[in-house]
Design a protein around this ligand. Sequence first.
Ligand code: CA
Length: 231
Amino acid sequence: MAGAILVVEDEPAIQELVSFSCSSSGYKVRRADSVRTAREAIRQELPDLVILDWMLPDRPGIELLRDLRRDERTRGLPIILLTARSAEGDRVAGLDAGADDYVVKPFSPRELVSRVRAVFRRRAPQHSGEALGYGPLNIDPARHEVLVDGRPVKMGLAEFKLLKFMVGHPERVFSRGQLLDNVWGDHVFIEERTVDVHVLRLRKALAAAGAQGLVQTVRGLGYRLSARAEQ
Ligand code: CA
């Protein structure tokens, strides 16, 4: 399951081209055609990446970009700016405002999708739609499969998503709250204890496949995926 992309573009033909390119590469796509509708869409459900046109009918896209970077909830949201402006000054302004990448129109759909993949790889590898690996683990998101030393392991959907996120960010400690936001979505209200339940199930599934000690508890902080010995 690859990430969810919000496409913010007012020109119908380009909105369609971008949306089609992304959805046929396996991404889930939502659309907006103005800064106002984009804000509303983000308020309802945080996407995993935004493709944002600079020239929109109500406000400039770069204004939305700046606002998203100021807001705690959307500060880390990967954003690709889309625009007809090719002047170097504008490119710099876009990157200065916090865009992760910048695609100049006209662009080829293949190029756009490869930029999307690159930004996901860098910022949120669990959403790239590509295979991820760490230690003895390999995850094939397209086939929804976890392999330990090449052998498939069965687990529930929540455990799969949790592991996929952690394999994308190995050696980093995440609090229960951070795991809830990243794995379950920030508008889903679940108790933090639920995370513990799924971690337990995940450990059981991995242990049954001969991979113990990978999902580690870091006392007082949360959890971490590490192939190094627990401290
Ligand atoms: Ca436009």
